[in-house]
Write a protein that binds this ligand. Structure first.
Ligand code: ZN
Length: 207
């Protein structure tokens, strides 16, 4: 394996760092070694991961979750400490009905980035399906405390939290969150209301 110079500090003191990466012993920059023994900088690694996300998303939209997992596994090889990759992998396993596997990936993601809201919203979804509403509520509350209202996932997190609230009998609060989610563009309101047993309740109360 040929040594390269650190792009950040110019040092040539690059040392092996785990199975497929090098670390600059001066500034700590990490370089990945790809399947063709090419050495990739952090920026190149991130760009490759973004390209793999685009590919994985196409499979997800086509409901090809097995293929989605294969693509995400390549991204994980490039960066095993990428919380976003781990959450996406967990989500694919959740959809394929492997909740235990999904929770494993979410736990790994949480240990890397405990402030990543999608870790909690996705974990909440596992507990929601398992009808463990207490744990699901904790997860969604944590997710809502971390997520920006401008985040594309925000309305969905609100709507799922509303379903949990409705299932635990807090219908009025549930209706309030569901209305807010719909105002922010949540598309599956009708189905979610039915799931939550909300019906026209919220309209009666005008919340
Ligand atoms: Zn360096």
């Amino acid at each position: 394996m040929k040594l390269i110079m650190c792009e950040c500090c110019g040092s040539n003191q690059l040392q092996s760092h785990g199975g497929n990466s090098l670390i600059c012993s001066f500034c700590g920059s990490i370089y990945r070694i790809d399947e063709n023994e090419r050495i990739l900088s952090k920026e190149m690694t991130d760009a490759r991961i973004m390209a793999l996300f685009v590919e994985a998303e196409k499979h997800r939209q086509a409901k090809e979750y097995g293929e989605e997992i294969q693509v995400l596994a390549k991204a994980l090889e490039l960066d095993e400490n990428n919380a976003n990759v781990l959450v996406k992998l967990g989500r694919a396993y959740r959809v394929l009905n492997f909740p235990g596997k999904a929770l494993e990936y979410y736990e790994r993601a949480q240990s890397i980035d405990p402030d990543f809201p999608q870790v909690y919203s996705n974990t909440g979804a596992v507990y929601l399906v398992q009808k463990d509403y207490e744990r699901a509520a904790e997860c969604y509350e944590k997710a809502l405390s971390l997520i920006s209202a401008a985040d594309v996932d925000y309305p969905t997190v609100l709507a799922n939290y509303a379903i949990v609230l409705a299932r635990t009998g807090e219908k009025r609060k549930a209706a309030k969150f569901m209305n807010k989610a719909e105002k922010l563009g949540y598309q599956n309101g009708a189905a979610a209301r039915k799931m939550a047993g909300l019906g026209t309740f919220s309209r009666l109360f005008g919340v």
